[in-house]
Design a protein around this ligand. Structure first.
Ligand SMILES: NC(=O)c1ccc[n+]([C@@H]2O[C@H](COP(=O)([O-])OP(=O)(O)OC[C@H]3O[C@@H](n4cnc5c(N)ncnc54)[C@H](O)[C@@H]3O)[C@@H](O)[C@H]2O)c1
Ligand SMILES: CC(C)=CCC/C(C)=C/C=C/C(C)=C/C=C/C(C)=C/C=C/C=C(C)/C=C/C=C(C)/C=C/C=C(\C)CCC=C(C)C
Length: 591
């Protein structure tokens, strides 16, 4: 069986996906062009300077207005088109900035991409979508799409996830908060007050977050403005910023099994237990699932990135595929451009990296001394393990009626929660959107944590055999726990390993994201978007607030705001900037 991502979406398929993108203004380019001279006329008309290339084309797109000397053409170059990168790019584009996104792969989305096989449309990674409702301030996915004139039809999920836990503890997270509390207290009647206390604190935080206009916490005019308008809410957030969910849970709850359940609740959003999960992040997801609810986009998660990329182009900015950035070009210590693996160079006023911080500083800036701030980040955070994923098509009859869309399975022992292959995530998106699979079939998207070390150095035959073996073990566990007859109902199967994820998502060791090395001080140690290198910004899950599609969308919003201020598209105060950025840097050293 092939690795799931080793045969990328067929080029023909991709070009039709992007058939709406502009392909005019196209010239053959030299490999060493320096793009300069701002074309205000073009900016007004929102006319692309670089053609967006159909993924099947093999010639090089280039720009208009090439000259020597003067300003860079682009306001920002974004390396990578994950949701973090695309949100940063589109938010800047709607502020009239001219942006170029460079994506290594053939379609946008990264971990939130998709691929098609045998009539199935599979989500590459993320499939539980927070922030996709039509209310409040925290529906960041809806807002990001709306900013570029896009709206996707979504299907409300009646349960966020169905937990299948040790001692036959089964908990469904109902969309309605009261139904969820009733279900959990029916399992732990002696902890009713504790349950209301812990989740009540989560609501305090969520309501505070939801009352703010979310922009860059690194931009003092905005931040002080929010403190002035919503002092209580901001102080609540500042109070919880350095705290973790496990400590708060222990204030209210004594039952060890209920505390383990809270660990599982946190693990699915942070890949670590509650004592290591920032309280703000836990609150965000534990409440949004009841406030806005979990909503699945019709046609699959990949549609979000596709829509953002199309919206970006509509705004007059550009995205280039098969553009593998090998290095960031520095000029007198300032990031001024990027060099691709094929030798092409692009220049801009600012460079935004959606690669992980490990990839950005370890690979794209290889040879440069690691800045102190990044050393600190790497002291506090390590790369979470990668994962093994199985994408399957199965006969519909194998699923009992009323099967939930998302499941989390940890059978026997709470100790296995964080162990490799210990717990299993399962999504069945066709429960909500049957159009993703042929008639009479369902999609099972299974994943479990796994480290790259387990998969390296194997000869191809052994590697293939190991994939089949490990996948068979996982499928058997699901067969025993949930779906008798599962193995014999499989009609399609592809297994991805950490090596697959490293290769196709361009993430060091295929990492799922950052996780704290020890017990973090909540979110205090998590870096924002600015870096020690002038002109270089990071966006994505190795920035505040961390892993998660809605989290990286927030990181994109923050990044765009800070960059816009720095290039003169938003107000800024140099003195206040100096003070706040210094203060935040100092606070991080306390983590
Ligand atoms: N990995 C998964 O399967 C999975 C599952 C669930 C949720 N998620 C969530 O998805 C989020 C990740 O989003 P994100 O925005 O941080 O990033 P991402 O990893 O999704 O996207 C990064 C993009 O940058 C591209 N890229 C990296 N290096 C490049 C280079 N040198 N040149 C050109 N392109 C390059 C990659 O191809 C990819 O498309 C995480 O928060 C994670 O929690 C992931
Ligand atoms: C700046 C200072 C020092 C003080 C000021 C105080 C202040 C005003 C603070 C403000 C803070 C703010 C605004 C914080 C905002 C935080 C946000 C928006 C956090 C969002 C977090 C979102 C997260 C963590 C989402 C995670 C989602 C994930 C990882 C989902 C994963 C799903 C899965 C892995 C799928 C599970 C699958 C199955 C099948 C079960």
């Amino acid at each position: 069986m092939n690795l799931c991502l080793q045969n990328p979406v067929k080029f023909g398929d991709c070009s039709s996906l992007f058939s709406g993108l502009k392909t005019s203004n196209f010239k053959l380019g030299s490999s060493k062009l320096r793009f300069q001279g701002r074309d205000l006329e073009n900016r007004k008309k929102k006319k692309p300077l670089v053609s967006v290339r159909s993924v099947s084309s093999s010639v090089v797109g280039t720009v208009e207005g090439i000259s020597s000397g003067g300003d860079s053409v682009y306001d920002a170059i974004v390396i990578g088109s994950g949701i973090g990168g695309l949100v940063a790019a589109t938010q800047l584009a709607v502020k009239e900035a001219r942006v170029l996104v460079l994506e290594k792969y053939v379609i946008p989305g990264g971990s939130s991409g998709y691929y098609e096989r045998d009539g199935y449309t599979f989500d590459v990674g993320s499939s539980v979508m927070f922030g996709f409702s039509d209310k409040g301030n925290l529906n960041l996915i809806t807002q990001a799409l709306k900013a570029v004139g896009r709206k996707m039809e979504v299907i409300p999920d009646p349960t966020t996830v169905h937990f299948h836990l040790p001692n036959n503890l089964s908990v469904q997270i109902h969309r309605e908060y009261d139904d969820f509390v009733t279900e959990l207290t029916s399992k732990f009647p002696h902890e009713k007050e504790g349950i209301l206390g812990f989740y009540g604190d989560c609501w305090k935080i969520f309501n505070s977050l939801n009352s703010l206009e979310l922009k860059s916490l690194e931009e003092p005019l905005y931040l002080f403005g929010q403190f002035f308008q919503k002092p209580l809410e901001c102080l609540t957030l500042a109070y919880y910023l350095p705290q973790n969910a496990g400590d708060i849970a222990r204030k209210y709850i004594k039952d060890p099994q209920l505390l383990s359940f809270i660990d599982a609740e946190c693990f699915i959003v942070s890949t670590v237990n509650a004592l290591q999960t920032p309280m703000i992040n836990a609150s965000m997801v534990l409440c949004d699932r009841h406030y806005g609810g979990i909503n699945y986009p019709v046609g699959g998660v990949g549609g979000i990135a596709k829509s953002l990329a199309e919206g970006l182009v509509d705004q007059g900015s550009e995205i280039l595929y098969k553009a593998n950035v090998k290095s960031i070009i520095l000029d007198d210590g300032k990031a001024v451009g990027v060099r691709l693996s094929d030798g092409r160079e692009f220049f801009a006023k600012t460079i935004i990296s959606n690669a992980t911080r490990w990839d950005t500083f370890g690979k794209l800036l290889k040879g440069e001394k690691l800045p102190k701030e990044e050393e600190n980040f790497q002291k506090v955070y390590v790369k979470a393990p990668s994962f093994l994923s199985i994408h399957m098509g199965v006969k519909a009859e194998v699923l009992p009626p009323d099967t939930d869309c998302h499941h989390f399975v940890l059978e026997d022992d709470w100790k296995n929660l964080e162990e490799p292959y210990g717990s299993i995530f399962l999504s069945i998106p066709t429960i909500l959107d049957p159009s993703l699979a042929p008639n009479g079939r369902h999609i099972l998207h299974i994943f479990t944590t796994s480290s790259i070390e387990d998969w390296e150095g194997l000869p191809p035959k052994e590697y293939e055999a190991k994939k089949e073996d490990v996948a068979a073990g996982i499928i058997q566990r699901l067969e025993q726990k949930l779906f008798p007859g599962l193995s014999s109902s499989i009609t399609f199967k592809e297994v991805g390993t950490p090596k697959t994820h490293r290769r196709y998502l361009a993430r060091d060791k295929g990492t799922y994201g950052p996780m704290p090395r020890g017990t973090p001080k909540g979110l205090l140690g998590m870096p924002f978007n600015t870096t020690a290198i002038d002109g270089l910004y990071c966006v994505g899950d190795s920035c505040f607030p961390g892993q998660g599609v809605i989290a990286v969308a927030f990181s994109g919003v923050m990044c765009a705001h800070r960059v816009a201020a720095d290039i003169g598209l938003e107000k800024k105060s140099r003195v206040l900037d100096f003070g706040l950025l210094g203060l935040l840097g100092w606070l991080r050293t306390l983590a």
